[in-house]
Design a binder for this molecule. Sequence first.
Ligand SMILES: [Zn+2]
Length: 351
Amino acid sequence: MDLPHRVVVGGRVIERVHEYIEKPPGLALIVTGRTTYEIAGKIVKDSLEDHGRSVEVTHISKPLISEAEKVAERARDFDVIIGVGGGKNIDVAKYASFKASKDFISVPTNASHDGIASHIASLYDGNVRRSISTKPPVLVVADVTVISNAPYRFTRAGVGDAISNITAVRDRLLAHKLRGEYYSEYAAELSRLSAELVLRYAPIIKEGLLEGIRVLIKSLISSGVAMAIAGSSRPASGSEHLFAHALERIRPGVALHGEMVGVGTIMMAYLHGIDRKGIREALIHVGAPVDYEGLGVEPIDIIKALTTAHKIRKRFTILGENGITREAAVRLAERTLVIPRGSVDVRHQES
Ligand SMILES: [Zn+2]
């Protein structure tokens, strides 16, 4: 079981990254973007250089496997790889360090997803997003001051990704009961707990409020650790993630991952018979989307995503192996207020 050796969450902690690295890092490669370098990458670089470390920086433009392979080639000449930024930079650094067999340090600049501390790298193979199993970071340095200055949209997306564990864990249990799949109770409980803390503390997750950011970031880190314990993304990725991935293929780049996942969680909670109102209220409270309009898509896109979600990957969930019918999808989306009543014709089949 590979788990992060150290997790540091606090204000202005990136200025002291050099203190948290267990062994002298030798030559460090910072993987970052142009904007995130200015916000945080430069501070990490200065922190290490001021303490006698040699550092080089590489800028990432797209989270492509091909780009991550190039970084992996370069990473072989370094001792430690530091991903500084949002999902894109963290995932490229995670993949590259795994391929080059180097230690990986995760320095998130927003709280939009639970890949911060997990072993799963989410990268594009052409137009298709793939979840690749790698190794979790040895060190996570989450600076709540930096994260609280990120656009608030990232934070509310992170709430969606955090609470999705509620339905993901139920899907996992279903797969265990009906298919005899391996079920790690410890990973499931940790995953569920991290989601419930975010539900409970949703009222304090507000723009600029450090305490709320702290709760969210800890939850996302725990979620990543739950995945690492299970050795799979399953404790934090079920039917709601299948829906989100399907919707992203239909409307690429329109909504953030966590925004789509949050709406998926409302609908899958309905199928599982869980109190979906609490989930919906928490999302509304933090200003996250709860319907097609909030996501910036059309009602028909929601239906197409619901009826094709089961094809995304071989993963047994409440959607079953054959998926759900158009009629069931329309009923589900209408009852959970994700689309307005009568906005999609039940009978008409889209080509
Ligand atoms: Zn996710």
